[in-house]
Design a protein around this ligand. Structure first.
Ligand code: SAM
Length: 276
């Protein structure tokens, strides 16, 4: 049988080939091209508009980092808002914390949730948790209209194209600020400082224009092939680089631990220089 390869174009001069066992599903939703492919190296993989979102094999790194850094720097996070995250992986990690009472997950594209439930059950299992409330709507509008207040807002969005563009703006961050409690925090995936330096720096600047404390941490995500991946946290009061006093770090995780929480904020010089 002919070999099947998925070609992921990162920049004008760089792309990656993924050997594919089977194309499990593909459709054009109201918002984006959506595919689920079963890859030889990384297992089942969600692709949106040609960009890899999550793979079965390495999703634990991204989802543990985007969830547990923020969850552990807050002493008692109870109400969490997740914008995006329609595969369920981030919510799965957040729901591991006993302090959590409510997770509002706001995903614009219902087809991402439905396909994740079929093809990515190890992530979409979060949708079975009674504490999770799924809202199929635009996260930008949700934070503008909501009267709810949250301990944490996690923005697990796709890349800044299509419906996600405004999720990287200072206007959106201002609206998030308004729906955070007095010691609340926002955690966002802020792209690759190597390939998307302009977006990475802009997110830092936009968050810094709204939050008094803004810090960047890094993690190596094997399938985001541009070296370190960044997560940027904006905080009203607390230090995201510091695990809250008396916090019991959850056992049984695969990537995150207490030592790593602290070390993830130690940045290489070239990235520190970008943020000056
Ligand atoms: N973990 C993946 C990553 O690292 O890039 C992304 C997770 S998830 C697949 C990203 C989600 O953000 C997509 O399902 C997309 O539909 C959703 N999204 C994009 N723009 C949105 C918006 N304005 N409001 C809510 N969800 C949005």
């Amino acid at each position: 049988m002919d070999q099947l390869w998925f070609y992921e174009k990162h920049t004008r001069g760089y792309g990656v080939h993924w050997k594919v066992k089977k194309v499990l599903h593909t459709e054009k939703t109201r918002f984006q091209e959506l595919s689920v492919i079963d890859t030889v190296e990384w297992g089942k993989t969600l692709v949106l508009d040609g960009n890899i979102q999550v793979t079965e094999r390495d999703e634990f790194i991204y989802h543990e980092m985007i969830a547990h850094i923020a969850m552990n720097s807050h002493p008692h996070p109870q109400k969490i808002l997740i914008i995006g995250g329609g595969d369920g992986g981030t919510a799965r990690e957040v729901l591991k914390h006993d302090s959590v009472q409510v997770v509002d997950l706001v995903e614009i594209d219902e087809r991402v949730v439905e396909n994740s439930k079929i093809y990515l059950p190890t992530m979409a299992c979060a949708f079975n948790d009674s504490r999770l409330k799924l809202h199929i709507e635009d996260g930008i509008k949700f934070v503008q209209d909501t009267s709810q207040s949250y301990d944490l807002v996690i923005v697990d969005s796709s890349d800044p194209i299509g419906p996600a563009v405004e999720l990287y703006s200072s206007r959106f961050y201002q609206d998030v600020y308004q729906c955070l409690r007095q010691d609340g925090m926002i955690a966002v995936q802020s792209e690759s400082p190597v390939f998307y330096q302009d977006i990475f720096v802009k997110v830092f600047q936009n968050l810094s224009s709204v939050f008094p404390v803004v810090k960047v941490c890094l993690a190596p995500i094997m399938t985001y092939t541009a070296g370190p991946w960044s997560f940027t946290l904006g905080s009203k009061k607390r230090d995201p680089a510091r695990i809250a006093d008396d916090k019991k770090v959850i056992d049984g995780l695969k990537y995150y631990n207490g030592d790593l929480h602290r070390s993830a904020f130690i940045l290489p010089q070239f990235i520190k220089d970008m943020l000056r």
